[in-house]
Design a binder for this molecule. Sequence first.
Ligand code: NDP
Ligand SMILES: O=C(O)C1=N[C@H](C(=O)O)C[C@H](O)C1
Length: 233
Amino acid sequence: MNIALFGYGKMGRMIEQIALNRGHQIVAKIDVDTTEIDFSKMDVAIDFSMPNAAYGNIKQCIAHKVPIISGTTGWLKDYDNAVAYCNEKKGAFIYASNYSLGVNIFFELNAYLAKMMQHLDQYKVRMEETHHTQKLDAPSGTAITLAEGILANSNYKNWSLDQGNDNELVITAKRENDVPGTHVVEYNSNVDNIEIKHTAHNREGFALGAVIASEWIIGKTGVFSMRDVLNLG
Ligand SMILES: NC(=O)C1=CN([C@@H]2O[C@H](COP(=O)(O)OP(=O)(O)OC[C@H]3O[C@@H](n4cnc5c(N)ncnc54)[C@H](OP(=O)(O)O)[C@@H]3O)[C@@H](O)[C@H]2O)C=CC1
Ligand SMILES: O=C(O)C1=N[C@H](C(=O)O)C[C@H](O)C1
């Protein structure tokens, strides 16, 4: 398969290694300085770029009928427009805040736990995410997906970053050197805590998931998620 990489930073390089190991070719590496892009040889594009670049990259790929796997976070104000554009053009598009198998299982576990805790008012939920200091967005895309999983299954109405009122799910974002990504969801009562935690040891899981998603999307039309790719129901 011919893969184009939009963004050739920490993730772009890791995806390149995994894609080559799985027998694919990298036919383009598009970065902030790229002026001309040849879409003709691309079977699929994978975007791990920057929040201000992702939506433009996605639209260009859809316009050129190249299926697009988007991993960039921090651009979600344009997500509904991207979905509408993909449907209008009959393109193929996946966005996932996190492509790793482990985190996608963690998302399911989080929603299930939230449902069980829904009427247990003695517990208050909080979340924490920790990432490397180069990360541009906060909270992480993964934390937002986790928060959405809790909001859909609880009486909380909104999430908020770092502080909030009693009706808000507070997400604390920490930045520390070299942390690939750690997410904690914690339910606290006066007598105990229940905590679920996912710790990425490196970026391989994110990159492998993105390559698997790009293999999966070939020949399909529509807007999909990692739940579809991993057949999680
Ligand atoms: N969904 C998931 O599973 C995961 C998502 N991410 C997300 O992926 C994104 C990238 O992460 P990471 O690789 O660590 O970040 P890096 O900063 O290491 O890489 C981003 C790259 O994008 C390039 N870039 C900037 N503007 C454009 C543009 N217009 N078109 C194409 N490329 C551009 C940058 O170039 P330059 O440096 O020259 O500006 C840089 O090489 C982040 O949003 C992060 O949150 C990360 C890990 C997993
Ligand atoms: O920027 C990162 O590094 C990561 N970003 C994603 C996010 O915002 O959730 C996924 C992962 O946690 C690493």
